[in-house]
Design a protein around this ligand. Structure first.
Ligand SMILES: [Zn+2]
Length: 306
């Protein structure tokens, strides 16, 4: 039974909204809800679409199944591939499979490809992992040609016109990778920018990238260590909401998307997380007229929502 939320402040902002970053796929720690329940709750809130993200597996199949079973509810669901080792790693073969993975028809196939989120040298260093672990993590060299299979993966993203999410990298790596991707014809670049510097945000926006900011980073989930990709617990640094508003305002409003990044059992369900995020941003001075395109038109344009 989904409770009546029609009189909850901010609930109306969710009508027609898109949350492209939900972790309701199976995980190694407890989830607040499963992927099908996430679709039902989004439908009850009148949302337009959700994107399923999974650090362990290509989520395009689960999204295709959700569309088959719950498409009649009117919420579009998409998935994609985060190139973490359990999902096949940074591999052109894993990418090719993800791009067609589903049951056939228009709702199948990855809508996004993401470079690693946790198995990057940048993240591993912040987590204080051993040198041998850090060494085998993904990174972008400062100069010289991009190593294989990066060019092939970038070309596949361009050819299939899917979103290319640059993953969790340092500012200089993000800018270098965005430059290469833009030069190779990728038109749908997305950068998680919760911790990005203002200079990097401006440079990335100048290259045509979309910048994403998520509820997770202002939430209480940043106050404890969580298992993210293995048995180790790591805390993800919080981003104070005032800093987030400054970063949001450093990018052109048409290039920002907001998401919940929720699904952990610690957090409210994604619909409520997104509402809380909008309420918080609003309370911190981001006006309703400013943030509405960031959960409606901008993600619709980026992800080609139907
Ligand atoms: Zn996430």
């Amino acid at each position: 039974m989904i409770p009546d939320t029609s009189r909850v402040p901010g609930q109306e902002w969710l009508k027609g909204a898109i949350d492209g970053h939900i972790h309701a796929c199976p995980h190694i720690n407890a989830r607040r809800l499963d992927a099908l329940e996430a679709v039902r709750q989004a439908a009850a809130a009148g949302m337009r679409a959700i994107g399923l993200m999974d650090n362990f597996a290509n989520s395009a199949g689960l999204a295709a199944l959700a569309m088959r079973e719950l498409g009649h509810l009117g919420v579009e669901v998409w998935g994609g591939l985060i190139m973490e080792p359990p999902a096949g790693g940074v591999s052109a073969q894993a990418v090719r499979i993800a791009l067609d993975y589903g049951y056939g028809g228009p709702s199948g196939g990855a809508r996004f490809l993401s470079f690693p989120t946790h198995h990057t040298r940048h993240t591993a260093r912040q987590e204080g992992r051993p040198v041998a672990y850090i060494e085998q993590c993904f990174h972008v060299p400062e100069r010289g040609p991009l190593p294989d299979p990066l060019p092939e993966i970038i070309d596949l993203a361009a050819e299939r016109d899917v979103v290319l999410n640059l993953g969790h990298l340092s500012d200089s790596e993000l800018v270098r990778l965005a430059e290469e991707a833009a030069a190779r014809g990728v038109r749908r670049l997305l950068v998680p920018a919760n911790h990005a510097g203002i200079d990097a945000i401006e440079a990335l926006a100048g290259l045509g990238a979309f910048l994403e900011f998520s509820f997770f980073f202002v939430s209480h989930a940043t106050q404890v260590g969580l298992t993210h990709v293995d048995s180790e617990r790591h805390r993800i640094a919080a981003a104070p909401v005032e800093m987030l508003v400054d970063r949001i305002r450093a990018a052109p409003p048409s290039r920002v998307i907001l998401s919940s990044d929720s699904g952990s059992a610690l957090l409210p369900a994604p619909v409520e997380s997104l509402r809380c995020f909008l309420m918080l941003l609003n309370a911190a001075g981001l006006h309703h007229e400013e943030f509405m395109p960031m959960v409606h038109d901008n993600p619709a344009r980026l992800f080609r929502a139907g």
